[in-house]
Design a protein around this ligand. Structure first.
Ligand SMILES: *Cc1c(COP(=O)(O)O)cnc(C)c1O
Length: 379
């Protein structure tokens, strides 16, 4: 027999084929340290953790127990289902649902041991009615819309409630909750306006602890702290204010393996519709990461990724699961098998890229978390 040699002896073994999975590494030790760092700074009583949207994409299952270990006993989920998942991971902690009843019945929250953050007057009335029938006071938080205009009781609804304060006798109000519209601008006068509206609106209402501060509020002066802070972004090391939030470490590292390296002459066009034309002979690496892993398409125009300490630019656009990188200036040793392109990490954080894209860093964090296999260190 002549022709091709036997495949069994001439082809590389499967074990040496390249890894093609992008990965999001989450450092649980950083999350724990961020919580403890804020705990030292915060002058209120309870530093609660916001873990909505699967802990901002970082994964509830490892993140909730990490925070429990750090001493956190109060959690905010998005809806009832997510709060149930939190309860399963932290049975001794309080779990709140930020979306209010979200169409569920008050008795479902009671059965689940989840506290709804009531968002409308109709929800307050529903819970009071249920409490009368069940002959039990129902634990709730109540959201007040002091300025954001998004969710919670308006000024008129608060006045109506104050006129029917007996309604509230049936409720065990655990918290009055409000959220700053200018959370990222500590000195914005609208923050002070919201704060005084809050205090004025609460005067005729039953006394209960107040929750105003989100992550950025913990870094504002003590008179913004009140009783309970609700921190999300800062747990993951994401900055949310024009004022630098000292002592936080990014918990994420998004990286992608190189699945091919090729040499092309000047003039070669790359990507869909030949979007990039090479000016000079170039070495192009294909990284296994794309927009389905949370990289926005505009990242091709504004982003760089790190290659053994060298910043390289995408070429040819961002596809669903693949991105080409111009690695002409990367030392060939850094392109050896197993080399990975680092997209985001503590040295290359989300914030500057988000700023250039015109979005919040959490847009990127939640998208990379939802689209990419996560693994955990520091647990
Ligand atoms: C998401 C959210 C938070 C957490 O905000 P961060 O800025 O991420 O800390 C707090 N409160 C409410 C009502 C929220 O929706």
């Amino acid at each position: 027999m002549s022709g091709l040699p036997s495949p069994a002896t001439s082809l590389p073994l499967a074990g040496s084929l390249p890894d093609t999975a992008p990965a999001l590494r989450i450092d649980l030790a950083a999350i724990r340290a961020n919580y403890l760092s804020m705990r030292r700074r915060y002058r209120g009583r309870v530093l609660s953790a916001v873990v909505k949207s699967n802990a901002y994409g970082t994964g509830l299952d490892p993140v909730v127990p990490t925070l429990v270990e750090a001493g956190c006993r109060h959690f905010w989920a998005g809806d009832l289902d997510e709060a149930l998942a939190v309860r399963a991971l932290a049975p001794d902690a309080s779990a709140f649902a930020l979306m209010g009843l979200g169409g569920a019945h008050a008795r479902d929250f009671e059965a689940a041991g989840v506290i709804p953050a009531l968002a409308t007057l109709a929800e307050v009335e529903h819970c009071a009615r249920h409490a009368v029938i069940a002959r039990r006071r129902l634990p709730v938080a109540i959201q007040l819309d002091t300025g954001l205009g998004r969710l919670g009781l308006s000024e008129g609804e608060v006045a109506a409630l104050a006129g029917h304060a007996s309604l509230l006798d049936h409720l065990d109000i655990r918290l009055w909750v409000t959220h700053l519209a200018a959370y990222n601008l500590p000195d914005d006068p609208e923050n002070a306006a919201q704060r005084s509206r809050l205090l004025e609106w609460l005067r005729p209402l039953p006394r209960a602890p107040i929750s105003l501060a989100a992550s950025s509020g913990v870094y504002m002066p003590d008179d913004w702290h009140f009783d309970v802070a609700r921190v999300g972004s800062a747990l993951f090391g994401v900055q949310t204010s024009v004022a630098w939030q000292e002592g936080l470490a990014p918990c994420y590292e998004l990286s992608a393996p190189i699945v091919r390296v090729a040499e092309y002459p000047a003039g070669k066009r790359l990507g869909y519709r030949g979007v990039t034309r090479l000016e000079k002979p170039s070495r192009i690496a294909t990284a296994a990461i794309g927009y389905a892993n949370g990289l926005p398409q505009r990242f091709a125009e504004i982003g760089t990724v790190q290659f053994g300490g060298v910043a390289v630019r995408p070429v040819g656009g961002i596809a669903m699961n693949l991105t080409m990188l111009d690695v002409t200036d990367v030392p060939p040793a850094a392109l050896a098998e197993g080399a990975r392109a680092v997209v985001f990490n503590a040295d290359n954080p989300l914030e500057p890229v988000a700023e250039r894209l015109g979005c919040a860093p959490n847009v990127l964090l939640t998208q990379i978390g939802a689209g990419t296999r996560r693994h955990y260190v520091g647990g």
